[in-house]
Design a protein around this ligand. Structure first.
Ligand SMILES: Nc1nc2c(ncn2[C@@H]2O[C@H](COP(=O)(O)OP(=O)(O)OP(=O)(O)O)[C@@H](O)[C@H]2O)c(=O)[nH]1
Ligand SMILES: [Mg+2]
Length: 388
């Protein structure tokens, strides 16, 4: 790993130096502001120092490790070195591990058997069974499927159960009710509205800000500014800056909560300010408290939790619980990547937080839409009729 220290007059300039010297994949280890010159550090010029590092892959390793592609095509195998993926240099440890895995599997099996024996299975009228299967396949939880199907049975006379369009209409109406809370961004009138996007890593926060900023500034002709508090990687800063340049809106880069305050004060003339934050693992307490500190300083009008529709229900609940007290609105992304968006319904069935936007592709600014109960229901249930 190569570690270097860079000094500049402001964050953007110093980040530029890091990028030129170490490239976009460099990781920011530490940042600080200090006064250069002056009397006992007073009245000096404000400077920014960034310590950054880049992983160096030894040339020898680059040459000898065959790529996955090369292996697939030529059938060659990776070397049997200790570092290689098939290294077995401690057979005793391995045996111990296999033993404990076997024990774990046995315990899990017992648990599953117990659950299956104890469960009562609902028997559905044959004509409705395909709908039950369809909803379960979409990733909707068993409890909710029961609730939805009970609603169909109660509101539709049994003569209508074989009529697909009638069943679908009842289901959609019920799902629309569950997804009924909607809340969209309203630009400020005499002061900017501040919108922060938060959430786990890689769900599409920065891309969604690009889409929203383009929509509000280019289509709606609103005055927009972007701020990024994600300075963990040079590439992350570059990503938002590129969006800002294309859309033609200013982008500020901040390193600390105090810096955020300063950046906000530069844009009191705007109608909307979007704040991008670094992806946070909900398991990581220090990261979560850093995020809290930024939000405490920004006091956003809208704090939108971004979640990917591809995340499975149990993980989505865990994420939601961790971010819940910071969140005012929800955004669901990557709806184009899943054929089972039922996890969204499972979550919306348990929260009163409003949904704001849905995204369905990587294209900025096109692949985003304002959430409506109708669109949510379509994504959750799907467009296709189930087959018998
Ligand atoms: N298919 C699909 N891909 C998306 C969507 N939104 C974002 N992506 C892609 O998801 C990847 C990650 O997007 P980012 O916007 O960088 O995600 P992020 O949440 O800002 O990531 P971190 O800042 O690293 O936490 C990129 O390749 C995006 O193009 C979407 O709606 N559909
Ligand atoms: Mg990002």
């Amino acid at each position: 790993m190569r570690v270097r220290r860079f000094v500049g007059d402001n964050v953007s300039e110093t980040m530029g130096k890091v990028k030129r010297e170490l490239g976009s994949e460099a990781v920011i280890l530490q940042t600080r502001e200090f006064s250069d010159g002056g009397f006992f550090g007073l009245f000096g010029k404000k400077k920014v120092e960034i310590t950054a590092a880049i992983e160096e892959i030894p040339v020898a390793a680059q040459k000898t490790t065959p790529s996955k592609y090369a292996r697939d095509v030529e059938g060659t195998k990776p070397p049997l070195t200790k570092q290689g993926p098939v290294a077995i240099d401690q057979p005793e440890d391995l045996q111990g591990e296999i033993k404990s895995m076997r024990l774990l599997l046995e315990q899990m099996n017992k648990q599953i058997n117990k659950q299956t024996v104890g469960e009562e299975k609902t028997v559905w009228p044959a004509v409705l069974q395909k709908w039950v299967d369809h909803l379960l396949n979409r990733g909707i939880s068993e409890d909710l499927v029961k609730r939805l199907m009970a609603h169909v049975q109660q509101t539709l006379p049994s003569e209508g159960w074989a009529d697909d369009s009638q069943v679908l209409a009842r289901l959609e109406a019920n799902v629309r009710q569950i997804c009924g809370q909607i809340g969209l961004i309203q630009p400020g009138i005499d002061k900017p509205r501040i919108v922060a996007l938060i959430g786990p890593t890689g769900v599409g926060k920065t891309t969604t800000i690009g889409k929203l900023a383009a929509g509000f500034s280019i289509v709606d002709k609103r005055k927009v500014a972007l701020i990024t508090a994600d300075t963990y990687r040079v590439a992350a800063v570059e990503q938002l800056k590129t969006f800002g340049e294309i859309i033609g809106v200013p982008v500020e880069v901040v390193m600390t909560p105090a810096g955020l305050n300063e950046a906000l004060s530069l844009h009191v003339d705007k109608e909307l300010i979007f704040i991008d934050t670094a992806g946070r693992s909900p398991q990581h307490d220090i990261h979560m408290s850093e995020l809290r500190a930024f939000l405490a300083e920004a006091q956003p009008d809208f704090t939108m939790l971004v979640m990917s529709a591809t995340t499975q229900t149990t993980d989505q609940h865990r994420i939601y619980q961790r971010f819940e007290d910071l969140t005012t609105h929800l955004i669901f992304t990557k709806l184009d990547e899943t054929g089972s968006a039922g996890s969204i319904l499972n979550l919306l069935g348990q929260t009163t937080l409003p949904t704001a936007y849905l995204t369905n592709g990587q294209n900025v600014p096109d692949d985003i839409e304002a959430a409506t109960p109708y669109r949510l229901a379509r994504y959750v249930i799907g467009e296709e009729m189930p087959h018998a």
